[in-house]
Every structure is written in C-alpha cells, then in structure tokens.
Design a protein around this ligand. Structure first.
Ligand code: AMP
Length: 470
C-alpha cells in the first residue's frame, strides 16, 4: 500500500500529516499528489469525504515552499463555491502548512474588504476565495492574478449549479497561461467537460468511487404520507418531522435537517424552536458571522439540530452526525447522496429519514434510480386522519408566517455563494398562489379589482361586466 512518504512530499509536510493523525493516503491523494508535484494539471473526479482537500493542499504547500510572495500578487489560488467550503480549505491549509512560513488569505463575503486588502497588500502565498468576492477585489484594482502559478478549482459541479462558471472562466483568463491547474468535481457535466478541455493542459485524470452508492452504515427510511389538504402539507410535514425526532429519542444525538428551499429552512428552524427543540438555521442569506457561529456550535455539540439548505451544507465536514432528516426529497438526486453522507461517517452508524408527500414522489423515484435500491418505507408517525378537525398548534405560529422573501432575489449578485438566478429560483420559496383578487375583473363584492400587469391603468372596457341584452 502507498504511504505518504512514497508520494514525494517534503519532510515538513509529512510531519504535519503525521500530526494530523493520517496514516495512509486516500485514493485521490495517492493518485493526485505525485502528478501535482511533477507540475502536471490534475482533473480529480471526487467528492467531499474522499480527502480531496489534502490532495491539492499538500502538493501546493510543497511546491510553494520555494520562493516568496509579492505584494498584491498571490502565488496560488484556490476557488471554492461557498464561504464555508473556502473556510474549510483555509483550516486544512493551516493544519498542513504549520511547519512552513507560507501565508494565506481567505477572501469570502461577509467579511470586511479592508482586512482582506491589508493581507493581499502584504503579499500572500495562497489565496483561498469564493469567485464573486475574488472578482470584487480584482475589480477594485487591489489584486493582480498574473503571479498565480497554481490554480485550484474545488467542487466545480457545485460552481456550475450556482451559476459561477462564467466567473471561473473569467478568472482562468486573468491568470497566466503557464499556471498549473488542479481541478476537482464530483461529476463531469458537459459544461464542466468543456471548461476542462479549454483550460486544462493534458491533465492527469483521477477518478475515485462516485458516491452514487450510499454508505452501508446508514439506515435509510422514507416516510410517505398524503397531507389532509394541500395547503396543510408544510405544516403536517413539520408535525411528522417532530414526531420522527421524538421517536428516535436518545438515539438522535444531533441531526441535520435538509430543506429544498431557503424559506423552509427558516420556517422549520423557527417551528422546531417554538416546540422547544434546539434548532438553528443555516443558509446563504444569513450573514457570515452567524453562519460560522451556528456551525461551530453544531460541531462542538452545543446545538442539536442544524436546519440547512443543500448549498450551505454541501461539503461541510462534521465528523459525527447521528441523523439526517430530509424535510423534502431533494430535486437533484445526487444531493440525496450528499445529504445522507453527512451521517454514518468513518464507519459510524447513521440514520437518514426522508419525508415524502405526493409532490415529492417524482424526485424520490429519481433518487431510488440513482442509488439503485428501494428505500424502506416506514409508517408515518402521525395519524392525520385522527387530527383532521384539530386546530393548528398555537405554538407553531412559524407555520403561518409568510415565507421571508430573499433579499438577494431582489439585489444584484455581489459576492461569493450568493447564487445567481438559476440557483435562486431553486432556493427561494415560490410566492404563495395568488388569490382570486389578483385575477382582475370584478370581485365577489362587486368592486372593481386590479388586473394583474395593468397597475392603475386598466382600460375601463376590461373591467365592464357583460349583461345579457334584454
Ligand atoms: P475532504 O474530502 O477533503 O473534505 O476530507 C474529509 C475528511 O477526511 C477530513 O476530515 C480530513 O481531515 C480527513 N482526511 C483527509 N485525508 C485523510 C487521510 N489520509 N487519512 C485520514 N483522514 C483523512
């Protein structure tokens, strides 16, 4: 079996790896590191949990140990799709580079430009950034990318989902043609293929097992039910979620609850808190310090339930999560694998429950198709038949709150993990169905009501009612 010592890494890097407690390289590390050290471009098809961060960070540290950084001209660049992932790369860098004098800067949204600019001005060896924030700095004229010798693109498929590909292309063009590129993606969508064909030079392709198969240590179950009424589906899903958490009892040490929409992340978190559970939301609309604080609490065991969107939770490394609850079936089947992969890590037991109402069934079929198994159905823990006449629980007022409108959907995309349009459409709750008053014409009370799209300028003839000629 390959050992880290066989990979050609510097003794300083090797000793940091030993201190980190790693004994043998993972397949992506064994595959990528020797080629990266030879200066080759690498195309790594691997996802989070495979050790891919070290597979690019270790050779970078090794190669950058010769030479010095110049003001405003970083020597290497790592692009990650979200603030959390960028911060995670930065943390990894600190661990592996502890025996070197290499410097780094983390450029992510939600942190003041000034502090980041001060670091860039001093000169950094490694710049770790989200694409939006990096381009913001570039446009302010405070950053030159012509000194970049190594460029890493991490989680390219997520960049694609978030609409960052044009930004990535632009960044590629701002760096020297002679740079070395280490490019990582969990899947090779045609658009990703095109980018790699354009910007990578004869890359060494290393593919490690896709996570289309779910971990055997995870017990998976689907709770399928039909809401009593369509407009009660969300509330009844929250009832089911609470009942599932309660039924798991002590077994549920901590959990991530995934929702497809950001608005639901907030509503579910509020609803659980109102019912006395220890829950906090995490999604792209929360400010950076809030997100970091919530994550830290969850990692430290001070927070039991983390309610998350796929974008916010993707790639997060929380070693011990006993349960994952899918409030909805994800609309991208691969997200199911990523979601439940948060539990059952490193051989531990994990539990994943998925709530499925009829509108989720199509997505469930796609998931089962991907994982090539039928997920066990379990009984719904709530009997809505018996509850039909019950008024909604008073304490669940969150359920009645209007879905908070994403401020980002209104403003120009400014930075990092603020997903452009396509992703926002996916992440933002659809507005409630318009009621009859929005349909225009005469309302039931006989008063003229606005015609949608006409504002105050509806021509009078459109509002006239038709009477039979007598
Ligand atoms: P990543 O896929 O980079 O997010 O890494 C997933 C987890 O695996 C992180 O917690 C790393 O610290 C850990 N890890 C990475 N490489 C190794 C290794 N060779 N041996 C043991 N753990 C590792």
């Amino acid at each position: 079996m390959t050992s880290f010592a066989d990979l050609g890494l510097d003794p300083k890097v090797l000793s940091a790896i030993t201190d980190a407690g790693y004994e043998t390289p993972t397949p992506i590390q064994a595959g990528a590191i020797p080629h990266a050290l030879q200066g080759r471009d690498v195309l790594g098809i691997a996802q989070t949990g495979t050790g891919k961060t070290a597979s690019f960070t270790l050779p970078m540290i090794n190669m950058l140990s010769r030479g010095r950084a110049r003001a405003r001209m970083p020597r290497s660049l790592v692009l990650a799709p979200t603030r959390e992932l960028a911060a995670q790369v930065a943390e990894n860098f600190d661990v592996y580079a502890k025996n070197t004098k290499l410097t780094k800067a983390l450029l992510i949204g939600g942190v003041s430009f000034k502090e980041q600019e001060a670091l860039i001005d001093k000169g950094v060896d490694v710049l770790i950034a989200t694409p939006g924030r990096l381009l913001d700095h570039f446009e302010r004229g405070r950053l030159l990318l012509t000194g970049v010798q190594i460029m890493v693109v991490d989680e390219a498929d997520r960049m694609l989902d978030m609409g960052f590909i044009p930004d990535i292309e632009r960044i590629f063009q701002l760096t020297p043609f002679t740079r070395q590129t280490l490019f990582f993606s969990a899947t090779m969508a045609p658009e990703i293929e095109r980018i790699t064909n354009t910007f990578l030079s004869a890359p060494e392709k290393i593919e490690v097992a896709r996570a289309a198969t779910t971990n055997e240590t995870i017990t998976q179950a689907v709770v399928q039910f039909k809401p009593t009424r369509r407009d009660r589906a969300a509330k009844e899903k929250r009832d089911v979620l609470r009942a599932l958490i309660a039924a798991e009892g002590e077994k549920c040490k901590n959990a991530i609850v995934f929702c497809n929409r950001k608005a639901d992340v907030d509503i579910v978190a509020k609803s659980l808190s109102k019912h006395g559970l220890d829950a906090s939301p995490i999604h792209g609309d929360l400010d950076q310090s809030q997100r970091m604080a919530t994550l830290d609490k969850f990692r430290n065991g001070e927070l039991k339930l983390l309610i998350a969107s796929d974008v916010a939770a993707r790639g997060l490394d929380v070693p011990s999560v006993s349960h994952v609850f899918n409030f909805d079936v994800p609309s991208h089947a691969e997200d199911y694998v990523h979601r439940i992969g948060r539990t059952g890590r490193a051989g531990r037991e994990g539990n994943a429950f998925t709530i499925c109402v009829p509108s989720d069934e199509k997505n469930l079929a796609a998931v089962e198709d991907l994982v090539k198994m039928t997920i066990t159905r379990v009984d719904c823990p709530v009997d809505f038949g018996a509850q039909k006449s019950e008024a909604p629980a008073k304490s669940d007022t969150a359920s009645d709150a209007p879905a908070p409108q994403s401020s980002r959907s209104r403003s120009r995309r400014k930075s990092d993990d603020e997903a452009p349009k396509a992703q926002q459409d996916k992440d933002t709750a659809k507005p409630a169905r318009s009621n009859s008053s929005n349909k225009g014409g005469r309302g039931r009370n006989g008063r003229d009501e606005p015609v949608v799209g006409m504002g105050d300028h509806t021509p009078a003839f459109l509002l006239r009612s038709f009477k039979k000629a007598s």
